[in-house]
Design a protein around this ligand. Structure first.
Ligand code: UD1
Length: 426
């Protein structure tokens, strides 16, 4: 199991580039199921979840090519035949976003079998709303031997009102609706940029979609979708993580190839903390002398402060003067990073969905354990300012969603390296 060794204390200086959004790439790859034609996706991040999705699509009979060399970050997918429309437990258990194939499979093949996703480190994360929506579209849902099966000769357009805002649920049903018979209306839909990204890709395949990026999405079903070539948007969470890296390290960092519009809530919050941010068209320059002020944060759906930035913000809050109350409203049990940050010297008390961080606390290096993707990012950020050499174990969590983060951070002056499993370095 790989580990990271991080020696804290260096301010980050220079330019760091943001990759394509993992959470857009995953549904866009699933959308390739909707057509027999070739789909080419560009700006695909080279992260483990993408490799997992490739395996998932291949296990169903799709041909998937992940580009190397000059074609790096491009993937070509062709689902001419879907010989086995099933998402197996071995894959679903490692990546819950596998449930994104449910809608497109039923829409295209008339049947989908998807392993029931088990509990997950950051809460229950059920898919009941995906299933309720598919039922409303005329699918028959059954469950046996740990698998959910959805069947429909042809899905019918439906009026779906989500009880709760769900990102992948919105994406799943949006994909299903593109090939349904008639019009579908998705209300209380997620407005995240990744939903808009998917809708733009589907539109380029011939889908008829209105209102993506708002809470009401209308889809007129068509009988067939065609192939496309589509470029994935930049990853707003990776960009936000780098902005905090610049701020926490007291650096002068240019976060390049990002979309600042997608980061408004994060930008405003960091300005409140005293971080200097110069926002360009596709870049954000972050400057800080390390004098940070505490500020409260509540996670909410887009365009509010993202839950996927909560752990990284908490690392910053440990270095801010005063008390910051951080409230997690989207997921239960998303404070696993707290115990590790505390072991590094942070003063954090959790009460239900809120964590109270008192700063500024000097952090000292320790051996810490990554528990999920964003928690791992928060530990890397803390390690950048800790006194001494932090060793992060189980960095496979971070590899799920950050492309070569250690190389990118090293490029702007961080002292971070990856250790292979058996003593050796890589
Ligand atoms: C997506 C993102 C994830 C992000 C999250 C919230 C991907 C691949 N992942 O996850 O990084 O943290 O959005 O922005 O895009 N819920 C139900 N029933 C359902 C579906 C969801 O009760 O059928 C609940 C969940 O338990 C959670 C809330 O709704 O409390 C939001 O979850 P959801 O938006 O679905 O998260 P994901 O789409 O899994």
């Amino acid at each position: 199991m790989d580990k990271f060794v991080v020696r804290g204390g260096n301010p980050l200086l220079g330019t760091i580039k943001v990759s394509g959004a993992k959470n857009s790439a995953l549904p866009c790859m699933a959308a390739a199921i909707l057509t027999e034609d070739e789909v080419i996706l560009e700006n695909i991040p080279q992260v483990r979840d993408i490799e997992t999705e490739r395996k998932l699509l291949e296990s169903m009979g799709a041909e998937v090519e992940l580009g190397y060399g000059r074609a790096q970050h491009r993937t070509t997918i062709q689902c001419s035949v879907l010989s086995d429309p099933e998402a197996k437990y071995e894959i679903v258990k490692t990546m819950r976003a596998s449930s994104l194939v449910l809608g497109p499979l039923v829409a295209r093949a008339g049947i989908a079998r998807v392993a029931v996703p088990g509990g997950c480190a950051i809460g229950g994360r059920p898919i009941d709303l995906h299933l309720k929506g598919l039922e409303a579209m005329g699918a028959t849902i059954t469950q046996d031997h740990g698998y959910i099966e959805a069947k429909a000769d042809r899905l019918k357009g439906a009026h779906i009102l989500f009880d709760k805002i769900t990102v992948t649920g919105t994406e799943d049903l949006l994909m299903a609706a593109t090939l349904a018979d008639g019009e579908s209306v998705l209300e209380n839909a997620a407005q995240e940029p990744e939903v808009t990204d998917l809708a733009a890709m589907l539109t380029s395949m011939g889908a008829q979609i209105e209102g993506a990026g708002t809470s009401t999405i209308r889809v007129k079903g068509v009988s067939k979708l065609h192939g496309t070539r589509y470029r994935i948007n930049p990853d707003r969470i990776e960009a936000g993580t780098f902005i905090i890296a610049g701020a926490i390290s007291g650096g002068d960092l240019n976060v390049d190839c990002c979309n600042p519009h997608h980061l408004e809530a994060v930008i405003m919050k960091l300005q409140e903390c005293g971080v200097r941010l110069d926002v360009g068209k596709e870049s954000i320059r972050v400057r800080s002398e390390g004098k940070l002020q505490a500020a409260d944060v509540s996670t909410v759906e887009y365009p509010g402060f993202p839950t996927d930035m909560q752990a990284q913000y908490m690392a910053l809050a440990t270095q801010a003067k005063g008390t910051s109350v951080i409230t997690e409203n989207i997921f239960e049990n998303r404070f696993m990073h707290v115990s590790e940050l505390t072991r590094m010297g942070a003063n954090i008390k959790v009460d239900g969905r809120s964590a109270t961080v008192r700063g500024k606390s000097p952090l000292s290096a320790a051996a810490v354990m990554c528990s999920d993707l964003r928690a791992s990012a928060s530990l890397v950020l803390a390690a950048l300012v800790a006194d001494g050499e932090t060793i992060l174990d189980r960095v496979y969590h971070i590899d799920r969603g950050y492309e070569r983060i250690e190389e990118k951070l090293r490029g702007v002056g961080a002292q971070i390296r990856r250790m292979g499993e058996v003593f050796g370095k890589r």
